[in-house]
Design a protein around this ligand. Structure first.
Ligand code: PLP
Length: 411
């Protein structure tokens, strides 16, 4: 017999009397408190626990940064401001969000291609570290520095000459729009000596959404080696060495969580040499989804239930306009289901029945769960998508079809 491949179990949100508890209360009560569906809820306790687990697993000299594009909700960012060591932003809008927190500007860095003149000026005025993405961007920063009599701190974002293997998203190695190719960095560093900027360090980010400890360990080893080679050309000592991140979370059936202990031990083994070779450096790991992804749920309500040629459809008031990633349309090649449950009726009383959860949009792409064990849901029940704390609302086309934007709460 074929056993179906299952999702990793929901370890984060307790179930009491067959109802999911979110933020310490039954989900149906939280829905009342929020004032309706659909909504996103992020659990601050889970975010804090995740940071604590990372601190325990990683060597103590590793600084933990949050890449806020994963979830820029201001309350989430405020919460993380008291937990992590720095923030990484990728736009002027994100910069505003982090400058509203207690984080000191020296612990904020700004990466991303195509920074506008206005964004560069804002970043320089704020006194944050700018990760340069091209030689032209460096010239533009130098011109603003001359005009304003400032000396901005810049780090070079390097497009490495290796890849993070088995990554959900490769962001380094080969031709990329991110960073400066490793082989061209020495020339850029030589040129930097003549400019009114302060060399701060390197940002080497090779990929994202990786569940394989070995691949991450190999990338970290390669990153340190590359930084050693490049540092020989640097105009000043390396003070910031951003080793990237890429820690993934399990979304789909059969995926297993990352072995964090293994990554931590390996990194600890690399640190003595790293400290010797970069005595003035702060070592940074920047994470997005690993900090917040598993702490969030997306909740919608069943408004209709229908059957079509043997298949049951639960039509909900939420969908791809709020949660593009769960619909399978945010970079997935083959559509797979996120973990989805009926939140107020987790296990069926009787037989396990199949149903698909869909949204109200007039497109067959509007699918939250394709033929899952949801057939016991009734109209009025709450459909919960797990692993929704990252790349949810702000990664979705909320204007599509003109429905209201859902509420987000930090509980
Ligand atoms: C998107 C991004 C991140 C966060 O990626 P996650 O997969 O959410 O951890 C970190 N650093 C950079 C440079 C990014 O572009």
């Amino acid at each position: 017999m074929n056993t179906p491949v299952r999702h990793a179990p929901n370890d984060f949100f307790p179930v009491v009397e067959n109802e999911l508890q979110v933020g310490g209360m039954p989900l149906s009560r939280l829905a009342e408190r929020v004032g309706g569906t659909p909504f996103y809820a992020y659990d601050r306790r889970l975010i804090s626990e995740r940071v604590a687990r990372l601190r325990a697993a990683l060597p103590k000299e590793i600084h933990l940064h949050y890449a806020i594009k994963a979830n820029p909700m201001p309350a989430v960012v405020q919460h993380l401001a008291g937990l992590v060591d720095g923030f990484d932003v990728a736009s002027g809008g994100e910069l505003k969000t982090v400058l509203d927190t207690v984080m000191s500007p020296g612990q904020i860095s700004f990466a991303g291609p195509g920074k506008s003149e206005r964004e560069l000026r804002q970043a320089i005025a704020a006194g944050i570290v700018i990760n340069i993405e091209s030689p032209r961007e460096l010239e533009r920063i130098a011109a603003i520095a001359s005009a304003t009599g400032t000396r901005p701190q810049v780090a070079v974002r390097v497009n490495p000459d290796f890849e993070l293997k088995s990554s959900g998203m490769k962001m380094g190695g080969g031709p990329k729009q991110f960073g400066i190719d490793a082989e061209r960095v020495p020339d850029v560093l030589a040129h930097m000596r003549a400019l009114p900027v302060e060399f701060y360090g390197f940002h080497i980010f090779s990929g994202s959404q990786n569940l394989k400890a070995e691949a991450i360990m190999e990338a970290q080893r390669n990153t340190l080696d590359l930084a050693r080679r490049l540092a020989e050309h640097a105009p000043a000592p390396v003070r910031l060495l951003n080793l990237g991140g890429g820690f993934g979370i399990p979304y789909f059936p059969g995926e297993q969580p990352l072995d964090l202990a293994e990554v931590g031990e390996h990194l600890a083994g690399l640190m003595p040499d790293a400290r010797r070779d970069f005595p003035q450096a702060e070592f940074v790991i920047e994470l997005g989804r690993y900090l917040v992804g598993e702490a969030g749920v997306y909740v919608s309500r069943v408004v209709d239930q229908k059957e079509s040629r043997g298949q049951v459809f639960l039509v909900t008031d939420g969908g791809l306009h709020h949660h593009l990633a769960a619909s399978g349309n945010f970079g997935q090649v083959v559509r797979k289901n996120y973990p989805v449950v009926v939140g107020n009726r987790v296990e069926p009383d009787g037989e396990v029945l199949s149903a698909s959860a869909v949204g109200p949009l007039c497109t067959p792409l509007d699918l939250l769960g394709d033929r899952m064990n949801l057939g016991h849901a009734q109209v009025g029940d709450l459909i919960v998508v797990f692993q929704s704390g990252a790349y949810g609302l702000t990664a979705s086309p909320t204007a599509f079809l003109g429905h209201p934007v859902p509420v987000e709460v930090l509980v």
